[in-house]
Design a protein around this ligand. Structure first.
Ligand code: ADP
Length: 307
């Protein structure tokens, strides 16, 4: 089982020819309401890619919250750990996409900000059943830290996708994590090393190891991932190139990689195998539009070569 502890957002997506200027009212082209949030996306990815999944998170007592929860349940995800907040609205991301496919995003945490350590601790039994527990940073820091501690003491593999990043993590944080999975920007922010290539990713991963991290997997967009194992040295590690695909929309590519990687680990695959599986899933996701709609199913990966 994979337990995802994190954010659930409703993405409110408008398309317009260009971004509005301050004070301007613009007539847009379309509007869509799409389930999102890194926690929700990773839960959906892990479920579609073969894992039994439980979600721990918090929604508001409103239509968005109900819709998000129902969406997860439709994927077969156990939502007994998704509580409802009586006061705060469900988290939203207000996204404007222009004709050049650039986006501008405002996120309001809403009920995600009220996911407390106590609420997570209530579900220790669920966490204890997990082979893999995965967290992100769209929930309150102390809650994420507590969740990872609970996971660790129950013998789960702890995965942290440190997104969005708000500065370096302490040694106590990094030592709680088995697999740290930042993208280029997050790896740079956490390590102080600018990441533009597999070589620079190795340097950043090594810096993170020196700060207390164990396995570090840096995702590099179209360049794939760089993996530095917990027992490898400064010159060690390995670059796994991404599959060459025609990218249409990279939204949720990182979440698909993380969810796929966790699902494969939970299925008992070795970590290098799980990395290859995550890469295959993420490559498929970038060939399709949208966040959750673009996340592939297990049978699609099994039919792709070399996995
Ligand atoms: P994030 O979405 O978190 O910024 P990345 O951009 O690093 O993360 O993408 C995550 C993973 O998705 C990459 O490691 C890669 O496997 C896959 N991916 C992203 N963009 C592409 C692309 N253009 N072609 C193939 N795979 C891609």
């Amino acid at each position: 089982r994979v337990v995802v502890i994190g954010s659930l957002n409703m993405d409110l997506v408008v398309r317009a020819a260009r971004m509005p200027h301050p004070g301007e009212t613009l007539v847009g082209e379309s509007f869509a309401q799409v389930p999102g949030g890194k926690g929700g996306n990773q839960a959906v990815a892990a479920a579609r890619l073969g894992a039994q999944v439980s979600m721990i998170g918090r929604v508001g007592n409103d239509a968005n919250g109900n819709q998000l929860k129902q969406g997860l349940e439709k994927e077969g995800i156990d939502c007994t750990g998704v509580s409802g907040d009586p006061h705060l609205p469900t988290g939203v991301a207000v996204i404007t996409v222009d004709d050049a496919s650039q986006n501008a995003i405002v996120i309001v945490a809403g009920s995600n900000g009220a996911l407390t350590s106590e609420a997570v601790a209530e579900h220790e039994q669920t966490i204890a059943q997990a082979a893999v527990v995965v967290c992100q940073l769209e929930s309150p820091g102390e809650t994420v830290f507590e969740a990872m501690q609970i996971a660790r003491r129950n013998g789960c593999v702890v995965v942290l996708n440190p997104a969005p990043v708000t500065g370096p993590l302490t040694r106590a944080w990094l030592e709680t994590v088995d697999f740290l999975i930042p993208n280029e920007i997050e790896a740079a922010e956490l390590s102080g090393v600018k990441v533009v290539s597999p070589e620079t990713a190795r340097a950043a991963a090594w810096a993170l190891r020196e700060q207390g991290a164990r396995h570090v997997i840096v995702t590099l967009g179209a360049q794939g991932v760089f993996v530095l194992g917990a027992d490898e040295g400064r010159e060690g590690g390995r670059h796994y190139p991404a599959r060459r695909v025609e990218a249409i929309d990279t939204t949720a590519a990182g979440d698909t990689f993380v969810g796929g990687f966790c699902a494969a680990l939970a299925a008992g695959r070795a970590s290098d195998d799980a990395v290859r599986f995550g890469l295959a899933a993420a490559a498929l996701s970038v060939t399709r539009a949208g966040a959750q709609p673009s996340i592939p199913y297990l049978h699609e990966i099994e039919s792709s070569p070399g996995v």
